[in-house]
Ligand binder design. Structure first.
Ligand SMILES: Nc1ncnc2c1ncn2[C@@H]1O[C@H](COP(=O)(O)OP(=O)(O)OP(=O)(O)O)[C@@H](O)[C@H]1O
Length: 247
């Protein structure tokens, strides 16, 4: 994976089985977002290959897009058009799906907003929502089509503790029902007991596996260049590592 002359990712081999709940962690600029974009066929691939549901996302994106829900790290929904929260969520139903009645779409969008705890702002315009509310609307847009694969780029970054818990519970529920989840996060606390695997990334894949086996002093030093405590009273707990890198 290369932007201009610089490699963002090199020599990464990663298999994600169906039903996995994988957290990708690493310092700023480690290539985490790039890795998610690779799954969508959106990052520049110089060598190697990617297969998603057995298909090449760089050549067959439209065939797999409807099975994937994606929450980008940041997204500017067009501010000129006064879209309501419910309209933004409905966008997740329109792409690549067969035509449905407006009421059926609205019904599904309202249910998704309810799942992220935002049904009360459904008819507010998106631009007047807070940062954390916008982020949850984008999560609702990603889940509304009941995708087989959910990709989330820092879903907790703008959320308060209660909203983080709501979203974490939602992800656990979807994963229990069979949805494969791959998310990028600097803070594993909200999902520490739910993730099945963690991948530590710093341009290369440092380690991947069960959290307790992966968070070794050696792996963390290799990934972040600093020691970070990971066990507090026997529970997985990582401080906001991103803060040490200027966030
Ligand atoms: N569109 C782009 N054009 C040029 N360089 C890019 C582009 N996107 C990312 N990069 C570079 O690729 C590298 C990896 O970026 P990426 O966004 O994948 O990192 P990240 O691990 O998600 O970081 P963060 O934790 O800061 O979000 C960085 O050096 C970044 O500057």
């Amino acid at each position: 994976m290369k932007y201009g002359d610089t490699y963002a990712l090199e020599g990464v081999t990663l298999d994600v089985p169906k039903g996995d709940f994988l957290a990708i962690m690493g310092p700023n600029g480690a290539g985490k977002s790039t890795l998610l974009k690779t799954i969508l066929g959106l990052a520049p691939l110089v060598r190697g290959s990617v297969r998603v549901f057995g298909k090449d996302p760089y050549k067959q994106r439209s065939e797999i897009a409807k099975k994937i829900g994606y929450v980008p790290q940041r997204e500017n929904v067009n501010d000129e058009v006064p879209l309501r929260a419910i309209d933004v969520v409905m966008m997740g139903l329109i792409e690549g799906m067969r035509p449905q009645r407006e009421e059926a779409l609205m019904d599904k969008a309202l249910k998704a907003l309810e799942e992220v705890g935002l049904v009360d702002v459904a008819y507010k315009t998106y631009r007047e929502l807070s940062g954390g509310q916008k982020q949850r609307v984008l999560i609702a847009r990603a889940i509304v089509s009941k995708p087989e694969l959910l990709l989330l780029d820092e879903p907790f970054s703008a959320l308060d503790a209660q909203s983080s818990r709501t979203v974490a519970r939602l992800l656990k529920k979807y994963n229990d029902e069979g949805t494969t989840i791959i998310l990028v996060t600097h803070d594993i606390t909200p999902i520490a007991n739910d993730v099945k695997r963690v991948a530590l990334l710093n341009k290369k894949l440092i380690a991947v596996g069960e959290p307790l086996k992966i968070f070794t002093k050696e792996n963390l030093l290799k990934t972040y260049g600093v020691e970070v405590p990971v066990l507090v009273q026997g529970r997985l707990c990582i401080p906001l590592i991103g803060d040490q890198h200027g966030r």
